[in-house]
Design a protein around this ligand. Structure first.
Ligand code: ATP
Ligand code: MG
Length: 182
């Protein structure tokens, strides 16, 4: 099955990691490939010790602000996709691939044909702004809708990108919390 977790609300990546945990407990082999991320978020540390789960992150340090995109980021996104295509597993999680597609770092056409050709595993695609062509071929789409979020007053709010919380403060003046936001 093809699962898409998209929308502006919080919970896409953590939902995908929850799916990975359940699959692991069910004896399934899971590969998590992260696009546009360095792997510094706390869930990576925790999940590295879990049986049947492999994680690999492809991202540069720093954030994508105001759509200033670097060639380095594009190259890494392409490497991530090449790596993902070779993963042999029961569940393949492509975390933040939707944003890599949205930025044009990887080809929608190539991702669609990879998904269509795949008969072996469940694929989970996360990230905001999932392209229509992917939504059309998915078997399940969940949209995470923001009703309220304490960081939506931040000037670099992740409304557009979902990547730049470290420099933000919420309405109570607090920084992003380790173990909650990252
Ligand atoms: P999470 O990683 O918590 O599951 P996510 O994958 O749905 O969130 P992303 O768009 O990948 O969200 O954003 C990554 C970061 O932005 C996370 O630290 C997350 O907590 C935070 N975040 C997610 N949604 C929002 C929002 N609507 N407003 C502000 N911050 C958000
Ligand atoms: Mg995410």
């Amino acid at each position: 099955m093809i699962f898409v977790l998209t929308g502006n609300g919080k919970g896409k990546t953590t939902c995908a990691f929850g799916m990975a945990l359940r699959a692991s407990g069910g004896g399934k082999k899971v590969c998590i490939v992260q696009f546009l991320k360095t792997g510094g978020s706390s869930e990576i540390k925790a999940i590295k010790n879990v049986k049947n789960i492999m994680v690999k992150s492809f991202g540069e340090k720093g954030f994508i602000i105001n759509r200033k995109l670097s060639q380095g980021q594009k190259d890494l996104a392409q490497k991530a996709f090449t790596f993902a295509k070779k993963c042999a597993c029961d569940m393949l999680i492509l975390d933040e691939i939707n944003m890599a597609l949205y930025f044009g770092f990887i080809s929608i056409k190539e991702v669609v044909s990879f998904i269509k050709e795949n008969k072996k595993c469940n694929i989970v695609l996360t990230g905001r702004n999932c392209p229509k062509k992917i939504l059309q071929i998915a078997d399940l789409v969940t949209e995470f809708k923001e009703i309220k979020h304490y960081y939506n007053i931040c000037p670099h709010s992740p409304h557009s990108l979902g990547q730049n919380l470290v420099s933000c403060r919420n309405k109570k003046g607090q920084k992003a919390q380790k173990g909650i936001e990252y």
